[in-house]
Write a protein that binds this ligand. Structure first.
Ligand code: GN1
Ligand code: MG
Length: 383
């Protein structure tokens, strides 16, 4: 179920030490061959990710090693149980559809002791997945077609999981996209002013407080019985999708850490937030941040199509609020993290979280200003 409690300030994050002995940790996994290379990989804000290159009898094979962020995910064993259940389930479904199960969902490489993770001497949890060869991910969509296809992929993902036994899933982050609970937590963060930054963020705080309705929308729709709980991805940033390098077609949805019961509008919204924006999430010049309505339309068509008729009429109607709500939530989350002293997201410079807050605020405004056009877009996409 969707819990009420949420706080991102779980503790200071630790960074990977450059002298980290990857060899020692990878030896505990059931990987044939010899480790040749290990290098940081990807742009995730949460886990530490390393690309491993192995030499197995003269042929090169790649894997992805990740240290699960224990401050974000309090029960990594439960997270891995979810991931095992979901990937096994998806592999069966993909095979039934005539797809390639080894390529179209992640493959967990178990540890030599049979578990799906290894705990090191510091109590850190590590996991390995097979690298999906000949794929690439994008930070922002480059063409409308890319984004249409992204929509079909995330919609299809949700539709494949529509008969997954949701009650067996752990909530890896309680209340993850319960925007109302996040709003409540935000009030507390402002009140506490742990990092002494409230004074410099009056405008941003006011922006969040003045849009309280956005915080309440999804949970209220659910509580009124207007929208169902589904098994959703919950982190549908465009960079969580791998495309085939040559064919430029979506291959595999990645980052399954937050697959949990949630709402269709949230998955729709998070993809719009990142993929329909004309700039990166941390673009310092907010004038460059716009919502590209053509991209919005392409994604909407793809997503509704990918869901394969499983979305109820009311769910389709709530999609625009999903985009607005999740973008608002992301502004709130980045701002809360800035106010708490940057305890959750990885940052590259001191005001990084504030810069991110500003891009999300700009997008919220863009979505608000174009609300009428967006309603029309959704109505047309649903035809
Ligand atoms: C985090 O894992 P990554 O970097 O794709 C975050 C998302 C945010 C996103 C913002 C578990 O995603 O919820 O939308 O950063 N994941 C978690 O870029 O908090
Ligand atoms: Mg993630």
């Amino acid at each position: 179920m969707v819990s009420e409690m949420v706080s991102e300030a779980c503790g200071k994050r630790k960074v990977i030490k450059s002298e980290m002995n990857y060899e020692k940790i990878t030896k505990k996994f059931d990987i044939p061959g010899e480790l040749k290379k290990a290098a940081p990989f990807g742009n995730g804000h949460i886990n530490d990710t390393v690309l491993l290159v192995f030499d197995a009898d003269g042929s090169e094979k790649k894997y992805v090693l990740q240290k699960i962020n224990r401050y974000v995910f309090r029960h990594p064993d439960e997270l891995m149980a979810n991931m095992r259940g979901i990937t096994d389930f998806l592999k069966k479904k993909i095979a039934l559809e005539g797809g390639a199960p080894g390529r179209e969902t992640l493959t967990i490489i178990p540890a030599r002791d049979g578990l799906d993770y290894v705990i090191d001497e510091d109590g850190e949890y590590w996991r390995v997945t097979a690298f999906v060869e000949n794929t690439v991910s994008y930070e922002v969509s480059e063409t409308p077609e890319d984004f249409y296809l992204t929509g079909t992929a995330f919609g299809h993902f949700q539709s494949l999981l529509s008969d997954y036994p949701a009650e067996t899933l752990y909530e890896t982050i309680p209340g993850f996209h319960n925007t109302r609970a996040r709003f409540m937590n935000f009030l507390k963060v402002v009140e506490e002013d742990k990092a002494g930054r409230v004074g410099e963020c009056r405008e941003e705080i006011e922006f969040i407080l003045s849009r309280k309705d956005l915080a309440y929308f999804s949970m209220e729709s659910y509580e009124k019985g207007e929208i169902p709980l589904r098994v959703t991805h919950n982190d549908t940033k465009i960079n969580n999708l791998l495309f085939d390098t040559k064919e430029r077609k979506p291959v595999c949805v990645v980052d399954l850490d937050t697959v949990m019961p949630g709402f269709a509008m949230t998955d729709f919204g998070d993809a719009i937030r990142t993929g329909a924006s004309t700039a990166m999430e941390d673009e310092p010049d907010v004038n460059k941040v716009k919502c590209d309505l053509h991209l919005y339309e392409e994604f909407a068509k793809g997503f509704i199509r990918g869901c394969g008729g499983k979305l109820a009429e009311k769910e389709i109607e709530t999609l625009p609020m999903g985009a607005l709500g999740i973008t608002y939530e992301q502004a709130l989350r980045f701002l809360a993290d800035y106010l708490e002293g940057d305890v959750y997201y990885k940052i590259a410079y001191p005001k990084h979280n504030l810069v991110r807050t500003h891009t999300q605020m700009k997008l919220v405004q863009e979505l608000e200003e174009n609300a009428d056009k967006i309603r029309e877009i959704i109505a047309k996409a649903a035809l």
